[in-house]
Design a binder for this molecule. Sequence first.
Ligand SMILES: Cc1cc2nc3c(=O)[nH]c(=O)nc-3n(C[C@H](O)[C@H](O)[C@H](O)COP(=O)(O)OP(=O)(O)OC[C@H]3O[C@@H](n4cnc5c(N)ncnc54)[C@H](O)[C@@H]3O)c2cc1C
Length: 393
Amino acid sequence: MVLFDRHNYHTFQPLLYQVSTAGLEPDSIAYPLRKVFRKNKDFHFRLAEVDHIDTQNKVIHTSVGSLPFDYLVLATGTKTNFFGNKDIERHSMAMKNIPQALNIRSLILQNIEKADSSNDPEERRRLLNFVIAGAGPTGVELAGALAEFRKGILESDYPELNENEMEVHLIEGSDRVLAPMSALASKRAQKYLENLGVVVHVNSLVSDYNGQRVTCKDGGTFDTETFIWAAGVTGAPIQGFNGDALLERFNRYRVNEFNCIEGFEHLFALGDIALMETAGYPKGHPQVAQPAIQQGRHLAKNLKRKFLGKPMTPFGYYDKGTMATIGRNKAVVDVKNRSFGGAFAWFLWMFVHLWFLVGFRNRVITFFNWTYNYINYDRAARLIIRPFKKKIG
Ligand SMILES: Cc1cc2nc3c(=O)[nH]c(=O)nc-3n(C[C@H](O)[C@H](O)[C@H](O)COP(=O)(O)OP(=O)(O)OC[C@H]3O[C@@H](n4cnc5c(N)ncnc54)[C@H](O)[C@@H]3O)c2cc1C
């Protein structure tokens, strides 16, 4: 078996926002892929970009060469969706991987430092204005963490800056934050955010960002040097077989209940890149971790069955619930038909995220950091190691 990935590590994406806001070091949420599989015999890893698949001849072409295959599983996930807006793509900050999260961390810290030494009130305002587009779990968690940064760090470590000068704006196109969750969870989350001082703008669509000013469709504007784009993702398919297999609107491969890509007996797709229409999920499963994990386990079992000449079994998704954190002692959880929030939800959120982090060392370090940050109201990873240079023009 050969695993190709453009990174030599697995990223735990739900905690990327903590890297962006200096709560965790990147190596706490990443794990070397070779180490994950070190005990597996007949396993090979190749650090490579997969760029083309020849389905007729069953060959995969990558940046390190080509490889014929008997069976191919695609699990390429998603990429940031800028909805075709080139200005936003050029000037905003995306947060889909560790290098991007580190860029955001550097930019936030650089801008606060610049504001500290600026005497121009307009410039100071732009530097201390943090604007996030998209109030899904990523945007909400990021906004909450930035608001806590202001509360815990700005006052103590930047005596020449006034806490009230820093603003956090969260812009959402739909009529509520955390739209995929229950109405009660949305209401609670918005209240928590507002209590932390985040300004929430619902029913507001961003139309442009020129590097200094965010413009919304309703005419509203925000002057900012830090604009984070958390407003959507789209599938990251690989060239080679598009046509009917790729649903262009979503950039996801249509798969049957065995995760087999329609029309290709030897090709499978799972996780965010796969769209499986079932009675319970006519538009496909949500693009979150659980469907990807469950499909991965199920497909592995099915492939073993296939090799033994047994029939494959259909995939069934078990929804374990949804959760998001807003800040210390503040989280929201939807399980089955129940929704709850507050400190218990927050502890549950921490437990679940520690549980799913890959690697014992990562769990210990993350737990230690969270405890330290909780006691000290600190975010210890406030280091500009690789300064971020904004694109000009
Ligand atoms: C910021 C953020 C926060 C999130 N928070 C949550 C959360 O709180 N809860 C939740 O359930 N889900 C969350 N998600 C979603 C969750 O992370 C995804 O649903 C899940 O990771 C999907 O798994 P996957 O295996 O399909 O894709 P991924 O985990 O994205 O893996 C895709 C892999 O393919 C590799 N790859 C892609 N294209 C190529 C190529 N051409 N060549 C080589 N390698 C390639 C990538 O390097 C990557 O390793 C979050 C996502 C993000 C971005």
